[in-house]
Structure formats: structure tokens, C-alpha cells
Design a protein around this ligand. Structure first.
Ligand code: FAD
Ligand code: FES
Length: 251
């Protein structure tokens, strides 16, 4: 694992949906190391524990991070100003494994959608299925449209796109794809894994509570299974991406 902590300069902070913020941060050394599905750990002013946020996109010198305000840490982040310096540990974790010659379908729910952008950009002809609770929470559709025509939007209440869940869309298109990469809430990941079981391989990205982000504190420890064997894993170090059959989906 190659990572380090550096001051990044905040060069964009925009609210793109209610309570959802789109950051671009700049640091020449660490940005170029980012791989799809990895995350960063952000030192929030006044907070001891860092906040983990997925890498939504990466440029030569920049990282794009999209986050939803959940508690005090992300609230402070949302109020930071362009030009501020942010201490960021990056890039962390093992992301999605992308192989040549396969057609991937990226399935995201809510604030699990952002990491799929950088990931989908690494593949040819991706299919992207995004789901949100309602139209006010829909994000990143224009970004996805730039990389594929096979983009599907579903909302729980039908206020935008298809009325239903991402799994309703996935079931219809399963025979057009080779593998699924999913990120979102645990019930969604469980439902996606159920649809894929025995048909296509599926990788899921977990959002476990974290402390250090580098395998030193065990806050992110959780149980996984490989075959009939159960074992403990540290999501920050060995994840956040796992084969969907290795995960216990405790809601
Ligand atoms: C690998 C990974 C990637 C993530 N990517 C994103 C993303 O791209 N966009 C986004 O909006 N959110 C993402 N999250 C969730 C995000 O980290 C939490 O929403 C955030 O830490 C909440 O901090 P807070 O101070 O606002 O909330 P509080 O509830 O006040 O946080 C208290 C403590 O709990 C931790 N915590 C709370 N919720 C979570 C959570 N779901 N996951 C991990 N730690 C948590 C915080 O880091 C903090 O240490 C990700 C989480 C992980 C583990
Ligand atoms: S967050 Fe500390 S070991 Fe994973």
C-alpha cells in the first residue's frame, strides 16, 4: 500500500444537491497515485478522528471528493472555503479490480454513487445504474452521461427516472454484462449480491466506521467468509472492496 499524508488545497466546494458537497482538492504528489475505488482520510479542523471519503475522480494533480453532510465533521467540511488547506491521508484501501475485455456494470445507491465515476472511466462501454431516494438527491448524472449511453436512473418514489430500485434495472440487463461493481447502503449491496449470485461476479465496496484508516486501530474490523471459513478483516486495509460472496450483510 502506498499512501502518505499531505496538505491539499481546496480549489472547489460546491453544493450539488441538498446537503451534498462536491470538492476538488489539489496536491501534485498524492493525487496521481489514486486508483479507482480507493478512499482518502480527511483531517477535519477541531476533530481528532479523520473522516473517510471515497475518491470520486482523480486528475494529474487533483482529487474530486463528493460527500453528504451527516454529522459534525462533514458539516465543518461543507463550510470550508476555496483556498483553505486540508490535511489528507491518501490514497487508501484496495479498490475495484478491473480486468480488460469484460463489460462492467456499476451499481450505486445514494452517496455510494460517487466512487463509481472514476471506476467506470477505467472500463470500456460501462453500464451504470444509479439509485436515489428522490429527485432532490440525484447527483453526477451529467458526469456519467459523458462516459456512457448506458446510464440508468431509478428513484424510490419515482420523482426522477424509473420508479423502483437499482436491482429492478439490474435484473433486466444482467445478460448484457460480465461483472458488477457496487457501492451503497448495506441493504442495497445485499440485494445486488442476491441478483448476481450464480450468474455474474460481483464486487461490493463497504462503508464501515473507521478510525485510523491504515490498519492500526481495529475500529473497522468485521467478519467475512471465504468458502466455509469465517475470518476477521480490517475494511480500511484489506477492503473496502470485497467479493460479494465474502460479506456478511448485517443491516
Ligand atoms: C471507505 C469509506 C468511504 C466513504 N465514502 C464516502 C463518500 O464518498 N461520501 C460520503 O458522503 N460519505 C462517505 N463515507 C461515509 C463518511 O465517512 C461518513 O459519513 C463521515 O465520516 C461522517 O462523519 P461526521 O463527522 O459528519 O459524522 P459523525 O456521525 O459525527 O461521525 C462520528 C465518527 O464516526 C465516523 N463515521 C460516521 N459515519 C461513518 C460511516 N458511514 N463510515 C465511516 N465512518 C463513519 C466518522 O468518521 C467519525 O469518526 C465513506 C466511509 C467509508 C468507510
Ligand atoms: S480504521 Fe483503523 S484499522 Fe481500519
Amino acid at each position: 500500500m502506498i499512501y502518505d499524508t499531505r496538505p491539499f488545497k481546496l480549489i472547489k466546494n460546491e453544493e450539488i444537491a441538498r446537503g451534498i458537497f462536491d470538492w476538488t482538492v489539489e496536491n501534485r504528489e498524492l493525487s496521481k497515485l489514486a486508483k479507482c475505488g480507493q478512499f482518502v482520510n480527511i483531517k477535519v479542523p477541531g476533530k481528532t478522528l479523520r473522516r473517510p471519503i471515497s475518491i470520486c475522480d482523480a486528475g494529474e494533480n487533483t482529487l474530486r471528493l463528493v460527500f453528504q453532510v451527516k454529522g459534525e465533521g462533514t458539516e465543518i467540511m461543507s463550510q470550508m472555503k476555496v483556498g483553505d488547506e486540508v490535511e489528507i491521508l491518501a490514497p487508501l484501501g484496495n479498490g475495484f479490480e478491473i480486468k480488460d475485455g469484460k463489460r462492467y456494470c456499476f451499481v450505486g445507491g445514494g452517496i455510494g454513487v460517487p466512487p463509481l465515476l472514476f471506476s467506470a472511466k477505467q472500463t470500456k462501454n460501462p453500464m451504470i445504474i444509479t439509485g436515489f431516494r428522490n429527485k432532490d438527491l440525484v447527483i453526477l448524472q451529467d458526469d456519467f452521461k459523458k462516459i456512457t449511453d448506458a446510464l440508468y436512473l431509478a428513484t424510490d418514489d419515482g420523482s426522477a427516472g424509473i420508479h423502483g430500485f437499482v436491482t429492478d434495472v439490474l435484473k433486466e440487463h444482467l445478460d448484457e454484462i460480465d461483472e458488477v461493481c457496487a457501492c451503497g447502503p448495506i441493504p442495497m449491496l445485499k440485494a445486488v449480491a442476491d441478483v448476481c449470485r450464480g450468474k455474474v461476479k460481483c464486487q461490493v465496496s463497504l462503508e464501515e466506521r473507521m478510525g485510523c484508516g491504515i490498519g492500526a486501530c481495529l475500529v473497522c474490523a468485521c467478519k467475512t467468509k471465504v468458502g466455509n471459513e469465517e475470518m476477521m478483516t480490517q475494511v480500511c486495509r484489506y477492503g473496502p472492496v470485497y467479493d460479494s460472496e465474502e460479506v456478511f450483510y448485517n443491516e
